[in-house]
Design a protein around this ligand. Structure first.
Ligand code: PLP
Length: 229
């Protein structure tokens, strides 16, 4: 099942890239495995999917440690992206575990990441989360604050920033929000644009996404338990 879903999503990504006159390798698929068991991640790895997104540091740590014991010798090492909010008390674990942290969303977190990266001697790639719809309850840097925040990250904290990510407002047409994120990334010469989920990844690709984050369309409905809520 998971292998078929991955093949189907990859085909849709290729079609969307082609329709937008983009090269076939212009868009990467991040398989969002939050709430899913190790067995699902293993099935995806066996089907050739090696990039995964997780929302919670502790859940990802337990899951991918278990996976490494089962699969380390035979399958490629997964590339792990953090796509959920990061609390400052979990920053060291996150720096050890993740290859990419997509949710840099506030000055305090930039400072904590800088300290942890120096202390641990490992530097995950960092994307800034943008509150693209200026929603009060949502995390992220306001578009108008991005230039200042980039300056803080780079000049004060010596952090390299690789891209932007967003989650557009729930009920609205996402296309203009995706277009705005791409415009911001271009303005600031940031190569990675992480946008688009199961329901709207083709729209995101049309607007310039370089990475789409797909969960339910690959793995089915999420399995919430007392442990991963
Ligand atoms: C859960 C999640 C996704 C995947 O959403 P689906 O609709 O299941 O594809 C993508 N991005 C973020 C930030 C998420 O939290």
């Amino acid at each position: 099942m998971i292998a078929q879903h991955i093949a189907a999503i990859r085909a849709r990504i290729l079609d969307a890239a082609k329709a937008a006159d983009r090269t076939p390798d212009a868009v990467r698929l991040i398989a969002v495995s939050k709430t899913r068991p190790v067995s699902d991640v293993l099935a995806a790895l066996e089907a050739g999917q090696s990039v995964f997104g997780e929302n919670r540091v502790q859940e990802a740590k337990a899951k991918f440690a278990a996976l490494a014991e089962i699969a380390a010798a035979t399958l490629p090492k997964p590339e792990l992206h953090l796509i959920g909010p990061l609390q400052t008390n979990k920053v060291e674990d996150a720096v050890r575990l993740f290859d990419v942290i997509q949710t840099l969303d506030r000055p305090k977190l930039a400072a904590a990441l800088a300290t942890a990266i120096v202390k641990i001697g490992r530097a995950p790639k960092l994307y800034i989360e943008i509150n693209i719809g200026a929603e009060e309850q949502k995390a992220g840097i306001a578009p108008a604050r991005l230039a200042d925040f980039l300056g803080l990250c780079r000049d004060t904290h010596k952090l390299a920033i690789d891209g932007l990510m967003c989650i557009p407002p729930h009920e609205a047409d996402p296309a203009p929000f995706f277009a705005e994120l791409k415009r911001l990334a271009d303005t600031h010469h940031l190569p990675q644009v992480s946008m688009g989920m199961s329901a709207d990844f083709e729209t995101a690709i049309a607007q310039g996404a370089t990475q789409v984050r797909v969960g339910t369309a690959l793995f089915g409905a999420r399995q919430y338990t007392t442990e991963n809520q």
